[in-house]
Design a protein around this ligand. Sequence first.
Ligand SMILES: [Zn+2]
Ligand SMILES: [Zn+2]
Length: 95
Amino acid sequence: MPGLIIHATCVSCDAEHELRVGHGLGWAFEQHACHACRRLVSVAVAEELVSGPCGACGTQLEPWPVRAETEVIRARCPACLELTRWRVVDSDRWE
Ligand SMILES: [Zn+2]
Ligand SMILES: [Zn+2]
């Protein structure tokens, strides 16, 4: 099942975020945030698995609701914590 790697910037603080969307057999990408790194982390989550700590700093990740529409993503920015729009800069397909 193909998915997308999306690069988006927060319109409030200009921070750039990378998120992965899509799913495979028995797993799906879910969006999480690390409050220490102030960045979004996409985690491949299987039904019986929960997200682990941040790969960069070891802080426990927190589920982070992100609404991805066609050109606009709505979410709270992990960098500036504004609930705002993210502008999609670029997206690549992954298989
Ligand atoms: Zn921001
Ligand atoms: Zn971190």
